[in-house]
Design a protein around this ligand. Structure first.
Ligand code: NDP
Length: 435
């Protein structure tokens, strides 16, 4: 705690894992007295750098860039880049730490990392974003590589930013390799990657429900956020016969009791992806919907809640309201969206709760599939990638069952995910000696 002062998010992520993993280590002789958790909470390397760039009016601006290379025991560092004004070392260390466990759960050879900048892409022109990305990459390029560290997108880093970052990396290194994932299809991207986190989260919910002989069909669903993860979670829920009645952004949420079907989702995609507008603009097309300014959507009654916006966006009081409204499943599309006391509320009320490191691992898993395709210089079809994604999500679900099943046959997904993620990394650390 002393070493990581002012890193509340990081400490929160570590406590959540430690609470579960320490008792497991105490019961398992081969993991004892090896300082495994102590080694896992310390990033292997943190890079922090200045990013200076020039805006359209000619003014020089300075942001801070980061890359946290957390753990490479089972593969090259892998994790997203986030461009958001809230980015700081604590946020990236928490995400990088979670990423180690998540990547381990995917069953692919991926270590964990995370990076980004406090740069705010909102309101910036394409040229400003490009100049920022080039300046950011002019430092990052020396630390990454297809066998070393393979960043991807995250909040504020989508296809446009990955394109600019990749173009500049290629110019600086004079090589065309799979150094970034989330690339466009014309230059090495994978089909299904944009959809993968949202789709994967819904596949995970399907497995959770199947276990209790239930299904998504006819369920009412609330999704927070309206970005990449939220959009494709909505698409898949709708495809499987569920009804999404609310979505949000950082300004408020919309409620459409008829359901946000595929056609309406397209309107949201245009608003958010092309116009870079606000979710409130949905009402310009669908006047029967309601908009709640400055509120989060958790008071809307639902069977399934999928938080897909940001960390700590669902607190204890909101969890209590969801439980009162008889929520059946809460699955985290975002990273750490539920506060620890919200998770306690769900678990004490027998809500099926899936933590992000299991439920949203489909994104990084498909990034792993993009790396494989780049390495063999081939592209798989949409069906091939989607089927692999489905298999991976089923595998993650069964790993959670292996370590999380309780006395009455239910599954503690938090426990299952943390222990399953820990075991693979711990075994690799032990095998590789003290390095
Ligand atoms: P996007 O930037 O595409 O979307 C983020 C969404 O969350 C936007 O609707 C945004 O609203 C909203 N949001 C941001 N901050 C807040 C806030 N403080 N309160 C309420 N809403 C907010 O990001 P992604 O969809 O890619 O990522 C969402 C989450 O999922 C993040 O936690 C990310 O780390 C996680 N994740 C993403 C993966 C991916 O493949 N994309 C993979 C695994 C996890 P606004 O438009 O107003 O900013």
């Amino acid at each position: 705690k002393n070493k990581n002062r002012n890193e509340d998010e990081f400490l929160q992520a570590v406590y959540e894992v430690a609470e579960i993993v320490i008792p497991f280590i105490e019961q398992t002789p081969k993991y004892q007295n090896r300082m495994l958790l102590e080694r896992m909470v310390e990033p292997e390397r943190v890079i922090m750098f200045r990013v200076s760039w020039v805006d359209d009016s000619g003014k020089v601006l300075v942001n801070r860039g980061f890359r946290v290379e957390f753990n490479s025991a089972i593969g090259p560092y892998k994790g997203g880049l986030r461009f958001h004004p809230s980015v700081n070392l604590s946020i990236l260390k928490f995400s990088g730490f979670e990423q180690v466990f998540k990547n381990s759960l995917t069953s692919l050879p991926l270590g964990g990392g995370k990076g980004g900048s406090d740069f705010n892409p909102k309101g910036k022109s394409d040229n400003e974003v490009m100049r920022f990305c080039q300046s950011f990459m002019s430092e990052l390029y020396r630390h990454i590589g297809e066998n070393t560290d393979v960043p991807a997108g995250d909040m504020g880093v989508g296809a446009r930013e990955i394109g600019f970052l990749f173009g500049y990396y290629k110019k600086l290194k004079n090589e065309f390799t799979g150094v970034l994932t989330g690339k466009g299809l014309s230059y090495g991207g994978s089909l299904i990657r944009p959809e993968a986190t949202g789709y994967g989260c819904v596949y995970f919910i399907q497995s959770m429900l199947q276990r209790i002989n239930d299904a998504i069909k006819n369920k009412t669903v609330v999704i927070s956020g309206s970005g990449n993860v939220a959009q494709y979670a909505c698409e898949k829920v709708t495809e499987l016969g569920g009804k999404v009645v609310a979505m949000s952004d950082s300004s408020g949420y919309i409620y459409d009791k008829e359901g946000i079907n595929t056609e309406k989702l397209k309107v949201i995609m245009t608003i958010k992806n092309e116009n870079r507008g606000r979710i409130q603009d949905y009402l310009n097309t669908y006047k029967q919907a309601k908009y709640f300014s400055g509120e989060r959507p958790w008071a809307v009654p639902c069977d399934i809640a999928i938080p897909c916006a940001t960390q700590n966006e669902l607190n204890k009081e909101e969890a209590e309201v969801l439980v009162k409204n008889k929520v059946l499943v809460v699955a985290e599309g975002a990273n750490m969206p539920s506060t620890p006391d919200a998770i306690a509320v769900f678990q004490n009320s027998n809500v099926l709760f899936a933590p992000g490191k299991a439920a949203n691992a489909g994104g990084v898993a498909t990034s792993g599939l993009e790396m494989s395709q780049n390495a063999i210089r081939l592209s798989w079809t949409k069906e091939e990638v989607d089927n692999k994604l489905k298999d991976i999500m089923k595998h993650i679900h069964s790993s959670c069952e292996t370590y999380g099943v309780n006395d009455i046959g239910g599954v503690d997904y938090v426990k299952g995910a943390n222990i399953a993620g820990f075991v693979k990394v711990a075994d690799a650390i032990i095998a590789q000696g003290v390095v």
